[in-house]
Design a binder for this molecule. Sequence first.
Ligand code: ADP
Ligand code: MG
Length: 400
Amino acid sequence: MIGGFTIQSIDEVDISEKKVFVRVDFNVSFTADNKISDDTRILHALPTITHLLKHGNKLILASHLGRPKGRDKQFSLKAIADHLQTLIPTYEIVLLDDFTLESGKKILGTQTQNQIVLLENIRFYEGEKKNDNEFAKSLASLADVYVNDAFGAIHRAHASTEGIAHYLPSYAGLLVKREVEMMSAVTQNPKHPFVAIIGGAKISTKIGLLHSLMQKADFILVGGGLANTFLKARGINVGKSLVEDEALDVAKSILDAFYKSNCKLLLLDDAVVADMNDSNTQPATYDVDQIPDNKYILDIGIKTMNNWRKVLINAKTIVWNGPVGLFEKEAYKAGTDFIYNEIVKNSVATSIVGGGDTLAAIAGKADNSKITHISTGGGAMLEFIEKGTLPGIEALKHHS
Ligand code: ADP
Ligand code: MG
């Protein structure tokens, strides 16, 4: 059992001297000159890889990278294979161009104990995203055991994340185990007060999340661009701020749902605003009912912070997704830093932080180890909190 799910992880069973197909998340980002800019995702897969190697297993690793349309060299895992080789120098990393060809089958058939096979970008195959049954079977035919450690892709029902699990004994890797345990602590039995902070650019990506969170959380603090849409839906003038006008009706219905729930929505009391078109403008703080017509809301203000602090101080569960301001610019990162500082100061609360931009906002900060869990899956984390489970997790139930 992991987080209440009847799935098993690789450290709970004996998997040794087997051929193991491991779905990892090596979907890293690259710099303009084609260097890996952040290898965090690769590093997160190492505990599972090392654990399986230690037990004498032969590994076949698979991952997607980007969104290729068919076979496209630009999306090759070559640079990742090279990097993995430096991280695991005692094994030979073999990048397998095409496992469906005779040449590929030969490499797999003669794989030695000190080779790790990395399949080329799994999205080069049409059957992957379609979760094609025959393709899933062909993946399963390569191994004796399937392990899913790709939390970042576990919300997708693709052949390598879902389909294959129907044809092999299937287990969670160590990263997936930890993520599922931590996410379940929030969705199944959260300690109260439960406070969620939701920021970011758009409401449209977070509607389901907000509806689901308001059933569980005691407070939801909303900042960022999506707060602007809520403010406008309440009839407040937000000047030239980023607003999703097409989502105003949705915002109104979410506001209605809040009033009917036991969850309190806290929006901004004041905001840091500026004239985005003029880099010489000094940011200024206004109460939210005083925003000038020609200004943009770019961060939460001091009053908002003081109000939110009262709630964050007492929290026993905290979930944070989404920067509450335009944190990429120094002048508008104070609100996002404030959230971070309140979370790391609250030593009692179970805290979970996730999201691509949220992780970028806290990268390299001194107190990251004080956050209970920094999730590796942006979309996966949001969808798990919304739905309470995910396709790739459900699939692991079948054969465990
Ligand atoms: P995550 O990737 O963590 O889920 P999102 O992608 O939802 O976060 O949103 C992050 C983006 O939202 C950042 O680029 C940030 O600059 C932007 N943002 C936050 N607040 C504002 C604001 N007031 N105005 C414009 N953009 C904002
Ligand atoms: Mg983002």
